[in-house]
Design a protein around this ligand. Structure first.
Ligand code: CTP
Length: 408
């Protein structure tokens, strides 16, 4: 999804981290943002307005009492106000609605979102009054990027460093992506990783799934403002998305059914074991004979169960095939009654399981699309954009024809 660059009013206050603002301005412009700089008097002690004027190719604003009504003009102009660095003093003035310089007055006069990138000594940051002020600002929907933990200009090590310009830009882009996302607040349930079907207390049947693709899709969905729940089999990965860890297919089904109500999109990325041992033994099976026979029974098909609910969410399946990719994937789309399926070749030197890269072929009722080889993170992003497109398409069609086929 392309992020629409916007107009950023960069407020700079009096911290040593102000020297990084020059780099921030340069890189914001590089990323396509239009930048206007407002400085407090204290900020001009650390970096000259001329530097920022030269980089932003715009006048730098400082004076509340100029010839124009700058505070109103600038407050209206900005799509977003980013204050980096934001000192403890400025945070306090913002909390109490002061309007005693140009920047604080703009903050009072604007309807644009305000973001603060604090920069101060660790004790100033941890001070009760600063933390209380930040809490009050958060309640007023003011966002905070950072601060980071590390070595500080005063020689101490702790929390209070301003994020690096590249990190601030990344946070900004993530926020804009979330705010402009058509799936903001939609509920998305995702399964990922392998399942383990126990043979005895020390052995199990499983597969090579690393969980990377499912975790990357969960992340892509969360970055776009969706409310995501990840239900994961055993993997070595961690996620910032709320995750329910399960072991086997039965538990995965249970977790899915407990969370599926009101789900808008269900994405089954998990490589669920198709069979499990019929007999559950409590003790380790001993080596007794030349031949050991394990009797297996099919596991529950989680995806098909969800797709066949009376009011199913938009369902997306995955198909990992060693051959006849199109035919098998298309069959699964039809027999499981899915809205979409993403298929890839595995085994025989193909990508897929256990690798960092992948490529996919996506099928739906009346179309298909190829997503060429790239890292699983990038691929997850691209696939998720296709999912959103198809999901929104279905929403429009269901609105005009509520009795229509929800699979299409
Ligand atoms: N799936 C599931 N529950 C199962 C098995 C599979 O939810 N018990 C989901 C997977 O998460 C994936 C899709 O179904 O989205 C894969 O379909 P499946 O028919 O199981 O594929 P394969 O296991 O590859 O089937 P086959 O071995 O027949 O090719």
């Amino acid at each position: 999804m392309k992020i629409k660059p916007s107009k950023i009013l960069l407020g700079i206050t009096g911290s040593i981290a102000a020297y990084k603002s020059a780099d921030l301005v340069r890189n914001l412009i590089k990323q396509g943002f239009t930048v206007r700089v407002v400085m407090t008097d204290a900020a001009t002690k650390f970096i000259t307005p001329l530097t920022l004027q030269t980089l932003s190719k715009q006048p730098v604003y400082r004076d509340l009492f100029g010839t124009e009504i700058e505070h109103i003009n600038l407050a209206r102009w900005a799509d977003t106000i980013l204050i980096a660095p934001a000192t403890a003093d400025f945070i306090t003035r913002l909390t109490y609605g002061h309007a005693n310089d140009l920047l604080s007055t703009i903050c009072l006069a604007t309807t644009a979102p305000i973001i603060l990138a604090p920069a101060m000594n660790q004790h100033m940051w941890n001070a009760t009054i600063t933390q209380e002020n930040c809490q009050k600002l958060r309640h007023r929907n003011i966002k905070f990027f950072g601060p980071a933990t590390g070595s500080q200009a005063c020689g101490e090590i702790g929390t209070g460093r301003m994020l690096e310009p590249s990190e601030l830009i990344q946070c900004l882009q993530n926020l804009i992506l979330k705010q402009s996302s058509p799936i903001q607040g939609k509920k998305i349930l995702i399964t990922a990783g392998p399942t383990r079907e126990d043979i005895d207390p020390v052995r199990f049947i499983s597969n090579r799934s690393s969980g990377r693709m499912g975790y990357a899709i969960a992340n892509a969905a969360a970055m776009r403002g969706a409310s995501v729940i990840l239900i994961s089999g055993p993997t070595a990965l961690t996620s910032e998305v709320p995750t329910i860890s399960v072991n086997n297919a039965k538990d995965m089904l249970k977790a899915v059914m407990e969370n599926v109500s009101n789900t808008d999109i269900f994405i089954a990325v998990a490589a669920v074991a198709d069979y499990r041992p019929i007999q559950q033994v409590n003790q380790k099976i001993k080596k007794k004979s030349e031949l050991l026979q394990l009797d297996l029974e099919p596991t529950e098909d989680i995806l098909a169960t969800v797709a066949n609910l009376p009011k199913p969410p938009f369902t997306v399946g995955f198909a990992a095939e060693t051959n006849n990719l199109d035919e098998y994937a298309y069959n699964k789309l039809k027999t499981k009654k899915l809205n979409m399926i993403a298929a890839n070749l595995v085994g025989n030197g193909n990508l897929g399981f256990d690798s960092m890269d992948n490529k996919l072929k996506v099928f739906w009722n009346d179309g298909e699309l190829e997503l060429p080889r790239c890292s699983k993170t990038v691929l997850a992003d691209k696939l998720f954009d296709v999912i959103i497109q198809r999901f929104l398409d279905r929403c429009t069609r269901m609105k005009t024809n509520p009795q229509g086929n929800s699979q299409i």
